[in-house]
Design a binder for this molecule. Structure first.
Ligand code: FES
Ligand SMILES: [Fe+2]
Length: 324
């Protein structure tokens, strides 16, 4: 598995205005992204003349113009089209990065036949994004792993005080990561407590897709999908950029629930961001300290295995118990 072969989400589609060169961070470097006539192009944000950032330039007549000496480059190919002081082009081109617009996001990949993940191809009920001052693998673990929820999201998702239940977790490896199926759980969070009976006692499935995608799904007794949370992550100069696509399927009460759910999820994310940033600062001042994991930490362990040590990827299904 090679990281470079996978598309990475770098920007929400709404933030890319047509024909406005826009700077994004991809693999710790700035990239200029442009949309024109529904097409997307991305180039290394570096003018070959003297290295000025093209994202500070402008787009006119199908060309991207450098802000410094006005060299222009073709939107289609990145080839130089004109050097104003000479009134003809020189032979050079911008370094191209493959770009796709899908699922309300702009995705980039270094390689031609990059792998695009399969996400739910509809408009999310709730969409939010942000940057966390934490390393991306710790953010991914946080999104998918449930044992912090009793403490960090006390009263919102689970609670410190209510009696814990024995939950069974079935870990199933997949071609691109893994899934963990959790047995049903009585309602403990605000949202599930407030909804009709049909939406209680939900089973959940946590999915990890290499390198930086996580999905949490909740199903009711009739195996109907009630909610789905997609966490799409990317690393950005030692920080994490995240995009959260949240789908709620509570039938006719979904629109009624949306404003309240939006508040709750934003609060939940804020709580995660706070602990991730505290953890990150602590990791920096205690370098070299190793983590202790136990088998209930399989989710985190396997995320780290996929990202850093693929010999440790578990290839057989396995089961473990949790007190949730
Ligand atoms: S640096 Fe871009 S035109 Fe000179
Ligand atoms: Fe959390």
């Amino acid at each position: 598995m090679n990281f470079n072969q996978h598309y990475t989400a770098v920007l929400s589609s709404d933030l890319l205005l047509d024909e406005k060169p826009t700077k994004v961070i991809f693999q710790n470097k700035s990239v200029v992204v442009i949309r024109s006539n529904g097409q997307i192009r991305a180039y290394d944000d570096f003018c070959p003349h003297r290295g000025a950032p093209l994202s500070e330039g402008f787009f006119r007549d199908g060309q991207l113009h450098c802000p410094y000496h006005g060299w222009s480059f073709s939107f289609e190919s990145g080839e130089n089209t004109n050097v104003p002081v000479k009134n003809e082009p020189v032979k050079c081109e911008l370094k191209k990065i493959h770009a796709i617009e899908k699922f309300g996001l702009i995705w980039l990949c270094m390689e031609v036949d990059g792998v695009m993940p399969t996400l739910l191809d509809e408009k999310a009920t709730i969409f939010t994004s942000g940057v966390i001052n934490a390393l991306v693998h710790n953010s991914i673990e946080n999104f998918l792993e449930g044992s912090h929820t009793h403490y960090i999201h006390d009263g919102l998702i689970r609670s410190q005080k209510t009696q814990r239940q024995n939950i069974k977790a079935y870990f199933v490896p997949t071609e691109t990561g893994f899934k963990v199926h959790y047995s049903e759980e009585p309602p403990k969070g605000l949202i599930t407590k407030l909804t009709p009976k049909k939406y209680k006692n939900l089973k959940s499935v946590a999915t990890y897709i290499y390198p930086n995608l996580t999905i949490l799904e909740y199903f009711n007794q009739e195996d109907e999908l009630i909610s789905r949370f997609e966490g799409i992550f990317s690393s950005r100069n030692e920080e994490t950029q995240y995009f959260a696509r949240i789908f709620l399927n509570f039938g006719i009460i979904t629109p009624l629930l949306k404003p309240f759910a939006t508040k709750v999820f934003k609060k939940v994310i804020q709580q995660d961001v706070e602990i991730l940033e505290l953890q990150n600062a602590n990791l920096k001042t205690h370098p070299g300290n190793k983590f202790v994991s136990d088998n209930t930490d399989l989710v985190g362990q396997q995320i780290f295995a996929w990202l850093f040590d693929q010999d440790k990827i578990i290839k057989e299904p396995t089961q473990f118990n949790l007190f949730w």
